[in-house]
Ligand binder design. Structure first.
Ligand code: ZN
Length: 877
């Protein structure tokens, strides 16, 4: 049997039927692999009370799976055709209300003619087949290179459930799904409901799952394979954790399950609603496209949350935060779901915000808002500064436009804004508003106004102006405090707010301002706090007259504001020398970030900033700030490499010093986390001859760092460094390593290392493969290659191949999946800092914009902007 996965107008019909022109009824809906909002809306007005009876057979050794679905629903208007989403499959037989019919199948959706439908109850049965997916969507199949075992899992968000079976694949047509699966007898099958396997004589087993509650299709799931399973119980809720067998020994099982138990208890209490879905499974799966996915009661996680050595604090904290993020979705997102994809931001931002609260309340990471500042908020400011930024709440016309909104605005800016909202309405009011919202809309779908309405009611405030300013306007404000002092006394304090000219909107901010004085031990301490609502360009603080003039002012104490902080001159001067005398780590981070932003904007030579950061590290004991310093050093040096070191000898002087310094800090580190952090600094910058000799020595065991075992994963990090720097015997080293590490991680690391070799011809070949894959199939392998291709020390090579990268964009826009497209255009178009590279990108925009899809356009415009900024910085250095 041939499975058709390419587009084309194919008729699905009874076996033996001949198609003729008259049978083909053209659908008004566009023939694309996407669902547009008008089609979804129209369907939503007609269809209700949907139930799916779904049987799927995965037990054969074929490249495809087969199934049959019966869709029962009410139709209030049978005068028009009805479309059913099903991408890339084969349809064998369609029966509508017991009658076999000729339905049109174009490779993307089926069209059932109006003549076959009736008002009221309808039942449509479809027999189908579909290939297993290789790109991490639909029903993905993975064969473990270590032991040959096969694993399946689904990834259906946002619009991939229709790669599993034919359905109405939109969030607001919630339905119950009764699933039956036939699978090999030694597999475990996992889905939303529960089932006990019934063995058959042919060695297979039948799994009849309990019907699901009413749910949206994108959070349905079907995972199957010989997964290793750990079982436990969370106050009566059965919980399970699963992973590939060959990965099982590295999974931090106890910690994972403990986080799960605590999280479930926390959320049940916070929302005042018991966990709604009976059981809670979590699967760690290979080739996963994103971090994790909140399938109801059967969450999937990428394997990047498992390390083949002891995980450091950052890795453990990220894992904890993701476990808690997905769990929050069970209530917010799964029990109550957005009506359409414009609601994505609220769903994601809320889960992110909740994971912070749950981390603080239930885990060792009680200072996790500090991480939020360093990673989440800074990502949001960066995204919000791009030409392609957008309001948090915005229309989404089609599922094809998904990657224009799946970004740091929807996750990080949105969650920063919700943090600000909770501070604005009061945290207790906020929690009550969330709880009443979830209770009123359980098992239903909502729009933004429903959420805001519950917040207004709970807090007794009007949020119209707040919503308008925060949710419907892009960009961010700059806040600063102006203090007037006279004879050592403070006369007045004014908060100044400004906005960039391209987004000239001022907002209301609920902020805390801290005035700092030096104490007798030379520490800078917050002596006075003002909590206030800032509105408009100037907000004065009353009743401060007579107080001594403060040494320093922090306009964003506790980081409640989503705004850039501009330091007053006096504060900036004090910080140059006194930053380390501030006892609160969060405040040190706020100021360190402000200094780094200044350097990246050209306020200070980059080399000088790196020197400053190294000096700062000598006195810094907080691991988060050490990490912040480390990553800021690596980022700054990468930028210096892109800025053409041949015209600037400061890098040549700086690099060997940073290499030696970071390696010394690694050796003298007091804790494992610190050791890992300074080693990451070394690995991030090393590229001098002496540095590479040290890398080789670590790899072949002639040198060692006490307390830092060179695990298989670290070995690949070292090999990647040697590859991108073109070490002499690198090909032999790679061959030897890949022979001894046959894991999936090893295979993908080998791809990245090969792609990173500084060789124009081999890079050109990889690019051709990406454009037209013959050997390089599977998105996760393609991504590994993309990640290796253009390291920051190879911008000259990158420029040589820029034409080839750009030329492929129109074709890829037409043929590739959004996940591929977003990786391709974001990873391969990093700044080259040349007038010529910007010109080539501009030419592509001028001449071919109409051939680029929204994802390619977004990343191309961002790349051009980054290139221009980089050039501007170069001229200022
Ligand atoms: Zn999420």
């Amino acid at each position: 049997m041939i499975v058709i996965t390419i587009a084309g107008l194919l008729a699905a019909c009874q076996p033996g039927d001949d198609n003729n022109e008259n049978d083909i009824i053209r659908a008004a809906r566009a023939n694309v692999d996407a669902l547009d909002r008008p089609t979804a809306n129209f369907r939503h007005t007609r269809v209700s009370d949907v139930e799916y009876d779904l049987q799927i057979d995965v037990h054969g050794s074929t490249d495809w799976f087969s199934g049959e679905v019966t869709i029962r629903f009410d139709l209030n208007d049978s005068s028009a055709d009805l479309t059913i989403d099903f991408s890339g499959g084969t349809v064998h037989r369609v029966r509508v209300n017991e009658q076999s019919i000729v339905a049109i199948y174009n490779g993307y959706f089926l069209t059932v003619p109006a003549s076959a439908l009736q008002s009221g109850a309808n039942a449509i049965s479809i027999e189908f087949e579909h290939s297993y997916d290789e790109d991490g969507t639909g029903l993905h199949r993975f064969v473990d290179p270590e032991d040959g075992l096969t694993y399946l899992y689904t990834y259906l968000w946002p619009y991939y459930a229709n790669r599993l079976f034919p359905l109405f694949d939109q969030p607001n047509l919630k339905a119950t799904i009764s699933l039956t699966v036939r699978a090999p007898g030694d597999w475990t099958v996992v889905s939303t409901g529960t089932a006990t396997p019934e063995p058959s004589a042919d060695g297979s087993a039948l799994w009849r799952f309990t019907p699901t509650p009413k749910m949206s299709s994108y959070v349905f799931s079907l995972h199957a394979g010989p997964y290793k399973i750990w079982k436990d119980d969370a106050d009566g809720i059965p919980i399970r954790l699963m992973a590939r067998r060959s990965l099982a020994e590295f999974v931090a099982v106890d910690e994972w399950l403990e986080t799960t138990r605590r999280g479930l208890a926390f959320y049940g209490e916070y929302f005042d609603i018991p966990y709604p879905f009976g059981k809670y499974d979590q699967l760690i799966v290979p080739d996963f496209n994103i971090g994790a996915m909140e399938n109801i009661g059967a969450v999937t996680f990428a394997e990047r949350f498992v390390q083949r050595q002891q995980s450091d604090r950052t890795q453990r904290e990220r894992r904890t935060s993701v476990i808690l993020h997905e769990m929050a979705h069970m209530w917010f997102g799964n029990l109550v779901t957005h009506d359409w994809w414009n609601g994505l931001w609220l769903n994601e931002s809320f889960a992110t915000q909740m994971s912070m609260l749950a981390s603080v309340a239930t885990t060792e990471f009680t200072d996790t808002w500090h991480r939020f500042l360093i990673s989440n908020k800074r990502a949001a400011y960066a995204r919000d500064s791009r030409v392609t930024t957008h309001p948090i709440e915005m229309p989404v016309n089609s599922t094809a436009d998904f990657f224009t909104i799946f970004d740091a605005i929807t996750y990080q800016k949105g969650s920063s804004t919700l943090k600000q909202l909770a501070h604005y309405v009061g945290e207790d009011n906020y929690r009550r508003g969330v709880s009443s919202y979830l209770k009123e809309h359980s098992y239903g779908t909502t729009v933004l106004e429903d959420f805001i309405g519950h917040q207004e009611k709970s807090a007794g405030v009007d949020l119209d102006a707040w919503s308008e300013e925060w949710l419907y306007k892009p960009g961010f404000n700059t806040l600063s405090v102006s203090a007037a002092c006279e004879n050592g006394g403070l006369k007045s304090l004014t908060v100044l707010q400004s906005a960039p000219s391209e987004h000239p909107y001022l907002r209301r901010h609920q902020i805390d301002i801290a005035l700092y004085d030096l104490d007798e031990n030379g520490r800078l301490l917050p002596a006075e706090l003002f909590s206030l609502e800032v509105q408009g360009a100037e907000t004065s603080i009353e009743s401060i007259d007579g107080r001594p003039c403060p040494t320093m002012i922090n306009p964003n104490h506790d980081d409640w504001a989503y705004a850039r902080i501009a330091l007053d001159d006096r504060t900036a001067e004090v910080l140059e020398t006194q930053l380390r005398n501030i006892p609160e780590p969060l405040t040190r981070s706020v100021f360190l970030a402000a200094l780094q932003d200044g350097a990246l904007a050209g306020d200070m030579p980059l080399a000088e900033y790196v020197e400053y950061a190294m000096r700062l590290a000598e006195h810094e004991n907080n691991i988060r700030i050490q990490q912040q310093i480390s990553s800021s050093i690596v980022t700054t040096i990468e930028l210096m490499q892109r800025l053409r070191p041949e015209t600037d000898d400061s890098l040549a002087t700086l690099l060997p010093r940073v290499e030696t310094w970071s390696l010394e800090r690694t050796s003298s580190a007091m804790t494992d986390d610190q050791r890992q952090n300074w080693f990451n600094t070394f690995a991030g910058v090393v590229s001098t001859e002496t540095g590479l000799e040290r890398v080789t020595a670590l790899l072949n065991g002639t040198a060692a760092i006490k307390g830092l075992p060179i695990s298989p994963d670290i070995r690949w990090t070292l090999l990647l460094i040697l590859s991108r720097n073109g070490a002499a015997d690198i090909e032999t080293l790679l061959a030897t390593e890949s022979a001894s590490d046959v894991s999936d991680f090893g295979a993908k690391s080998l791809l990245a290392a090969n792609a990173a070799l500084p060789n124009s011809a081999s890079k050109a070949k990889w690019l051709a493969e990406l454009r037209n894959p013959e050997i390089l199939t599977g998105l996760s392998r393609q991504r590994a290659v993309m990640g290796g291709l253009f390291p920051p020390n190879q911008t000259a090579l990158q420029f040589e191949l820029l034409d080839q990268v750009l030329d492929a964009l129109p074709d890829l826009s037409e043929t590739s999946d959004p996940y591929f497209m977003s990786s391709y255009s974001s990873v391969l178009l990093t700044p080259m800092c040349l007038p010529e590279s910007g010109a080539l990108m501009q030419k592509m925009l001028d001449e071919h914009a109409d051939q680029l899809n929204s994802t390619a356009l977004r990343f191309l415009r961002e790349a051009l902007q980054a290139d221009m900024e980089c050039l501007a910085l170069r001229s200022r250095q």
